[in-house]
Ligand binder design. Structure first.
Ligand SMILES: C[S@@+](CC[C@H](N)C(=O)[O-])C[C@H]1O[C@@H](n2cnc3c(N)ncnc32)[C@H](O)[C@@H]1O
Length: 287
């Protein structure tokens, strides 16, 4: 009998914890929850300051949770596995605060890195922290996104990347199309294809809706709401928080953009036993 007590009490604690969490979510406005989180992170930054170069303080990151260094390091290995080499010219669309750029600083020698993002503070941060790396360039694009840049003046569906045709050997987007709408990703895919060299690769993460993900038992994200005919969201009030696209629609977009799908690495969000990352990753090659 006594042996069961700790089990019961931890189950009760867990239940109360998740119950309180969901009640708090309903009762406390998002802006207040975000401010509380920021204050807690600030306290953690004071107690245990981050000293590694090119890693922002926890309270100043806006690109989501997770270990900034580990996520970047792992992605650099993925890029290498897909053919990245030190002399390549690469494009990072939606580069945030350089999470994917940081591990490439010592890797790209005669090559170069170009990243752009719509959040100016992130680009300003990168300008300051990569000032000593001449082959790394960060640019701000004032494109609208309700979640990340509500004051943006350009529509993502019309934004023309400020780079010439056939410039890059490789382009990548991590957790960017997962926050954008169909007409926006369509234009971005066209721009990626235009700016890639023939034979150049693009590595893009998505949440793909297909038979497997729709029948997944307990997916990491529950895309329960149809946003439009080709996409779903987890939260209709704030759809850009997480968007998933119908895989057939995505395949057609690649075809339209002149990109051949070489492979898809389906992520753990809907396949817990997958050896890959959380999100699905589509590997495209410019024909
Ligand atoms: C979850 S963060 C990921 C950042 C970065 N790719 C990484 O993995 O660290 C999503 C990023 O997409 C950027 N973003 C959203 N809409 C965009 C758009 N239309 N063009 C470029 N970047 C965009 C946001 O500003 C944000 O930095």
């Amino acid at each position: 009998m006594w042996g069961y007590k700790p089990l019961w009490s931890s189950a009760a604690r867990w239940f109360m914890g998740s119950f309180m969490k969901s009640r708090l979510k309903q009762l406390v406005p998002l802006s207040i929850r975000q401010e509380i989180k920021r204050q807690l992170l600030k306290r953690q930054d004071r107690r245990d300051p981050i000293t590694a170069p090119r890693v922002p303080p926890r309270a100043e990151t806006f690109i989501g949770g997770g270990d900034f260094e580990r996520v970047g390091d792992e992605f650099a290995e993925i890029l290498k596995r897909h053919g990245l080499s030190p002399e390549m010219e690469i494009l990072d669309v939606g580069c945030g605060q350089g999470r994917m750029a940081r591990p490439l600083v010592d890797y790209l020698d005669s090559g170069s890195y170009t990243g752009f993002d719509i959040v100016k503070s992130g680009i300003d941060w990168c300008h300051k922290h990569y000032a000593d790396v001449p082959n790394f360039k960060f640019e701000h694009a004032p494109v609208f996104n309700a979640r990340y840049n509500a004051g943006g003046t350009f529509e993502a569906s019309e934004f023309v990347y400020p780079y010439p045709d056939n410039q890059f050997d490789m382009a990548f987007l991590t957790s960017v199309f997962t926050h954008m709408f169909a007409k926006d990703v369509e234009n971005y895919l066209m721009q990626i294809s235009r700016t890639l060299k023939p034979g150049g690769k693009c590595l893009i993460t998505w949440f793909l809706v297909n038979e497997q993900s729709q029948n997944a038992d307990d997916p990491f994200y529950d895309f329960a709401f149809d946003f439009d005919a080709v996409s779903k969201t987890t939260t209709p009030k704030n759809p850009e928080a997480a968007i998933a696209f119908d895989e057939k629609f995505v395949r057609k977009l690649y075809e339209k953009a002149g990109l051949k799908i070489a492979d898809i690495e389906y992520g753990t969000w809907a396949r817990p036993s997958s050896p890959y990352q959380l999100q699905d990753m589509v590997i495209g090659v410019k024909i």
